[in-house]
Design a protein around this ligand. Structure first.
Ligand code: ASP
Ligand code: MG
Length: 419
């Protein structure tokens, strides 16, 4: 018997029928003697619908009021799931974030969880009840309802699991785990039985949409054993089989197995590239270019500056595509005149493709295999960045799928991992 947290995404909660299936699955775990806490998302499409309603009234809704509206989808979910459990004879109780309470800061629409009070939940668990807590929402120190940002229920679930020191947090979703890459692009992509938290963090930040990145950070910080698995299996499948399915997020030091060098290929088309040409190469230049960009609250990702020949160089960086126009405007308004640079040129039609794996730490030749593969496909690399466990390149976006397929094959990710 253990304390287990289940999280169900919007698709799993998408209709009354599906909610009844979730209830069956939770009932099975409860019947096996586990203490169960369940954190569901809003029914699929519901949060989008609520945000659209708000925007019909105000183009830029007041963030506090927006959270008041957007958080309600989860309140419907927890109530319905609790009823579905009661209807099949399983005692259950639902709570909104403020009732637990799940305390957050006051950054409306992107609040961070600060603490979770476990007293009420533990009392219910001790009385044999399944406890159902809204995902996505919390309450700030002034009693205002907050939300954690899109996809935030993952983070709610992992945070609840951390607060209760749960044995495991199972994230049920419409994919059956974490894959070596997106199977829609590479049909031979394989599900990873295990992936380390460090790799998962890179994959989440590089475009894999399986888990909200903050939930992965939380799992790492509080060492929550987290598993991603399918909610589409029949709810009455054998519990032991279900408990071993999907992908387990592990910690590097716990990994005894010989790991593949590369675990996955991540990609995204979320960024745009900006180059300031003919920049005088002198102290303070990077600061003079990126300072005003940061002041405009624009996040910068990759940055490159070449060594100068004859005193001038080009300076390139990437920003999110949504902030591309804003970044260009900032540079034209403030930077250009100040540093006597050449032109500000940009390209939103780029993609970032990355190979990720902790095995990179102890293997040489990963970068050269990556670059050779891209060169054999005739793909030009525009920018490169590396960390200890990933190499990312920026390429023209029309070659993204080709690059992902070629790299997946070159790193033999379609082959079963060596044991
Ligand atoms: N319902 C919220 C959203 O759609 C939170 C979540 O589903 O994780 O973003
Ligand atoms: Mg989600």
């Amino acid at each position: 018997m253990a304390l287990i947290v289940h999280k169900y995404g919007g698709t799993s909660m998408g209709s009354v029928e599906r909610i009844k299936n979730v209830a069956q699955r939770v009932a099975k775990w409860h019947a096996a003697g586990h203490q169960m806490v369940v954190v569901p998302s809003a029914m699929s499409g519901e949060t989008n619908r609520l945000i659209a309603l708000a925007k019909e009234i105000q183009a830029q809704p007041d963030p506090r009021e927006l959270d008041m509206v957007a958080s309600t989808g989860e309140q419907v979910s927890v109530g319905l799931l609790s009823m579905a459990l009661n209807a099949i004879g399983v005692p259950a109780v639902s709570y909104a974030g403020w009732q637990v309470p799940v305390r957050t800061d006051d950054a409306f629409t992107k609040a961070r969880i600060e603490s979770i009070d476990d007293a009420r939940v533990r009392a219910d668990l001790a009385a044999g009840r399944v406890v159902i807590i809204t995902g996505f929402q919390g309450v700030d120190s002034n009693g205002n309802i907050t939300t954690l940002g899109r996809g935030g229920s993952d983070t709610s679930a992992v945070a609840v699991a951390a607060a209760l020191q749960a044995a495991e947090c199972l994230i049920y979703t419409d994919v059956d785990g974490v894959y070596t890459t997106d199977p829609r692009i590479v049909p031979e992509a394989r599900r990873l039985a295990r992936v380390t938290f460090e790799e998962m963090l890179e994959m989440a930040s590089l475009g894999s949409k399986v888990l909200q990145i903050r939930s992965v950070e939380f799992a790492g910080k509080y060492r929550v054993k987290t598993r991603v698995l399918s909610s589409l299996t029949p709810p009455d499948i054998d519990l032991a089989t279900e408990a071993e399915s999907g992908t387990l997020i592990t910690f590097e030091e716990d990994e005894q197995m010989e790991k593949a060098v590369i675990s996955g290929i991540a990609f995204n088309r979320d960024e745009a590239k900006i180059t300031v040409t003919n920049v005088p190469d002198r102290p303070g230049i990077a600061y003079q270019i990126l300072g005003p960009v940061a002041e405009a609250n624009i996040d910068v990702d990759m940055i490159i500056q070449n060594a100068s020949v004859g005193g001038n160089t080009d300076f390139s960086f990437t920003v999110h595509r949504n902030e591309y126009q804003k970044a260009i405007a900032v540079l034209n308004d403030t930077v250009k005149s100040r540093i006597q640079a050449g032109d500000i040129v940009g390209d939103p039609k780029i993609a970032k493709v990355s190979v990720v794996g902790i095995g990179m730490r102890s293997h040489v030749g990963i970068a050269s295999l990556m670059f050779r593969t891209l060169s054999q496909e005739g793909i030009n690399i525009q920018m490169i960045s590396t960390s200890e466990i990933k190499i990312s390149v920026v390429i023209e976006d029309k070659y993204m799928e080709l690059a992902v397929r070629a790299l997946h094959k070159a790193f033999e990710l379609d082959q079963p991992a060596a044991a």
